[in-house]
Design a protein around this ligand. Structure first.
Ligand code: EPS
Length: 379
């Protein structure tokens, strides 16, 4: 079973992830994890913290001579802005953050909750996902995330191959797939920042090269659509998750939703084994299992809840009405969310891959994958 936990506070010494169940024999490159960390720090609309940090991973265990050992892998991302000991508490909880609910639940301070609730923690989730991608790479599986909508402006993606779209996304300060719309969105972010307000948006992730049969229909907590939804919903500020057509499927007739099944003999060697679908409204998942089509998953991110022009709140000590506290924040972190969601999705796909083809080593997994493909082609 491949899984991970994280630890660390936003202004503590560092963030850590402990990845357990990662198979032995996978080539691990620190540089490709760092590249994902840099992408997470970027995107138009970010705040002052990202000018302080230069996130980089340190692999503390489980890797030797650039190969995984099959033992737990400990990842560390150091906080340059490590000042928790010097920080005081907040008095006026920010609506939308965990300040009020956490302080009441833990009978403690707001600081004690916000430090862990902060989206800073996503740095190390991205590191864990980027590590998992190195396993996916061995099987030709790629995860690709981008900004689909920001502040109510829908981006019309330019069509193209994955490589072409990657070039577009990486050239965009908003991580969109249509440079013609970026200026309008940047102007909106600027305007919003001047008003002391914040913006949310929608990010989309496509996973390609996924084989048939990851996940299962057989038990609710092993259904892959459910596991993906949990991983994505558990990212800070995400309020909605859709797979494939998502909510739109509820508005259409069945004949306009379900993807017809065709067979093309010449595609037998591809991940779909020749079972072709003219549409992919299911987003690659049927009955909690992958169906050989790309996985398509979208997440709705609410605007950041720390507003420079604060909302009404109370002083928690006096219960008198006061404006919410303000601490340095971002106007918009939707592009960063596209990186985070891409990487948490990648981790879940890798976990499902280990469930299906798992063993102690990459070589064992690859042998079982080949065996499965040859048996499935006879079906
Ligand atoms: C973030 C770091 C945080 C915030 C932001 C994301 O740093 P600081 O609080 O020191 O400015 O910029 O956190 C939040 C949006 C939040 O809700 O806490 C990061 O590294 O992503």
């Amino acid at each position: 079973m491949l899984r991970y936990w994280t630890a660390g506070e936003s202004h503590g010494k560092a963030l850590w992830a402990l990845v357990d169940g990662f198979p032995a024999g996978v080539t691990i490159e620190t540089e490709s994890i760092d590249a994902e960390l840099r992408r997470r720090q970027g995107g138009y609309g970010r705040g002052g913290r990202q000018r302080i940090e230069t996130d980089a991973v340190e692999i503390k265990s489980g890797v030797w001579q650039e190969h995984s050992l099959g033992s737990p892998i400990a990842l560390e991302v150091v906080n340059r802005d490590s000042k928790l000991e010097r920080l005081g508490d907040l008095e006026r909880p920010r609506p939308g953050h965990g300040d009020l609910t956490g302080a009441i639940k833990y009978l403690g301070s707001i600081r004690g909750v916000l430090e862990r609730a902060s989206a800073r923690e996503t740095a190390v989730r991205v590191a864990a996902g980027a590590l998992a991608k190195q396993l996916l790479r061995e099987f030709g599986i790629t995860a690709f995330g981008y900004t689909a909508e920001l502040g109510g402006i829908r981006v019309e993606p330019r069509p193209g191959t994955l490589d072409e779209q990657r070039v577009l996304r990486d050239a965009s300060e908003l991580y969109t797939l249509n440079p013609a719309q970026d200026d309008e969105i940047k102007a909106l972010i600027d305007e919003c920042g001047k008003d002391g307000d914040t913006l949310g948006g929608v990010v989309e992730v496509r996973v390609e090269g996924v084989p048939f049969g990851l996940g299962t229909h057989a038990q609710w907590d092993r259904k892959l659509d459910g596991r993906l939804a949990q991983a994505v919903m558990a990212v800070q500020a995400i309020k909605g998750v859709e797979i494939g057509l998502g909510f739109e499927a509820a508005r259409r007739h069945g004949s306009q939703v379900h993807d017809p099944i065709q067979f093309e003999e010449q595609r037998r060697e591809s991940p779909d084994l020749g079972y072709v679908r003219p549409t992919n409204n299911a987003g690659g998942l049927e009955a909690g299992m992958t169906n050989g089509q790309p996985i398509v998953i979208r997440a709705a991110k609410k605007p950041i809840s720390t507003l420079r022009k604060p909302l009404d709140s109370i002083n928690l000590a006096t219960k008198q009405a006061e404006a919410a506290s303000y601490e340095r924040s971002d106007v918009c972190a939707v592009p960063a969310a596209s990186v985070i969601v891409e990487n948490v999705v990648a981790f879940e796909i890798a976990a499902a891959l280990v469930d299906k083809f798992g063993g102690d080593s990459l070589a064992e997994m690859q042998a079982r994958w080949q065996l499965f493909l040859s048996l499935a082609r006879q079906r």
